[in-house]
Design a protein around this ligand. Structure first.
Ligand code: ZN
Length: 262
C-alpha cells in the first residue's frame, strides 16, 4: 500500500506513503491514489479533500525504474501508460466536484506537479521546492502542461528552459500557491483551512469550483492540456528513435543538477 486514506470531520486525507522513495510515483501508487480520489468524491461524508506526502519530500516525480512494461518499450506503450496515469487521472482529480488542498513540503519534482496542480488550493511549507527538469531529458516538460496556466508564460518558459526550482516564496508570489507556512505548521494549517471550507454548503462549493474551472476551460485549458500532452509524446518518440529509451538522459548529471539547486 502506497497510499493512506482517512476520513474525519468531513475531511478526507490522502497521504502519499512511500517516504523511503521520496514518494516517487510507480503505477501502483498512482492507481491507489486515483482510487482514493474516487472514494473521496463518492463519499457524502467528505466535504474537502486534502492531499499530503509522508516524509521529507512531497514527491520526487515519476518512478523511472520500470513501470512493469513490455521488454521493448514502444511509443504506443508509453502513450497507453501515460494517457491513463498522467492525463486521465490528473484531469479527473482536477474536476472532482469537491474542494481539494495539497500540502507540499520538500521536493516537488516534475511528476510531483501533476499531483499538486490539480488540487484547488496549495499550501506550501517554507522548504518546498517546485521544479520540472524534464527539458534536460530532451522533452518539453511533464505530461500535464499546467506551467503556463500556473506561472504565466514568461516564468513558465524560464523555469522550463533552466530546469531550476521555484521556492515556496516565489511560488506564492507567482500565484501558484495560496500560502507559505513554516514546515512544522504545514499539517495544522492545512487542516484548519480544510475545516473552514468544510463549513460551507457543499453545493455552493461545487458550483464555485465549477465556475473557476469552466472559465479556464473556456479560455482553452482543456484543449491546451490535451494538445501539449501530444507534444510531450513527440519528445518520447524522438528519444526512442535516438537511443531506444523513452528519455534522453544522463541520470547522474540530473541528480547533481537537482542537488545543486540546494
Ligand atoms: Zn512522459
Amino acid at each position: 500500500m502506497y497510499i493512506r486514506y482517512e476520513v474525519a470531520d468531513k475531511i478526507a486525507t490522502i497521504t502519499l506513503n512511500r517516504p523511503e522513495a521520496a514518494n516517487a510515483q510507480n503505477a501502483e501508487l498512482l492507481d491507489e491514489l486515483d482510487a482514493a480520489w474516487r472514494a473521496a468524491a463518492e463519499d457524502d461524508d467528505v466535504a474537502v479533500i486534502v492531499l499530503r506526502g509522508e516524509g521529507k519530500h512531497f514527491s520526487a516525480g515519476h518512478d523511472l525504474r520500470g513501470t512493469g512494461g513490455p521488454e521493448k518499450i514502444t511509443l504506443e506503450y508509453i502513450i497507453h501508460y501515460e494517457s491513463r496515469r498522467y492525463l486521465e487521472y490528473t484531469l479527473r482529480w482536477r474536476n472532482t466536484p469537491k474542494p481539494s488542498i495539497a500540502a507540499v513540503q520538500g521536493r516537488c519534482i516534475a511528476g510531483g506537479l501533476l499531483l499538486c496542480w490539480p488540487c484547488d488550493l496549495i499550501i506550501a511549507a517554507d522548504d518546498a521546492l517546485f521544479s520540472d527538469p524534464v527539458v534536460a531529458m530532451g522533452i518539453g516538460g511533464v505530461e500535464y502542461h499546467g506551467h503556463t496556466w500556473e506561472l504565466g508564460p514568461r516564468k513558465a518558459k524560464e523555469i522550463l528552459f533552466t530546469g531550476r526550482a521555484v521556492t515556496a516564496e516565489e511560488a506564492e508570489k507567482l500565484g501558484m500557491v495560496n500560502k507559505v507556512v513554516p514546515r512544522a505548521e504545514l499539517d495544522t494549517a492545512t487542516r484548519e483551512l480544510a475545516a473552514d471550507i468544510a463549513k460551507m454548503p457543499a453545493f455552493g462549493l461545487r458550483q464555485a469550483k465549477r465556475a473557476v474551472n469552466q472559465t479556464l476551460d473556456v479560455q482553452g485549458f482543456y484543449a491546451a492540456i490535451q494538445s501539449v500532452f501530444d507534444t510531450h509524446q513527440t519528445g518520447h518518440g524522438n528519444a526512442l528513435s535516438v537511443s531506444g529509451f523513452p528519455i534522453l538522459v544522463d541520470l547522474e548529471q540530473m541528480k547533481s543538477k537537482i542537488s545543486s539547486d540546494r
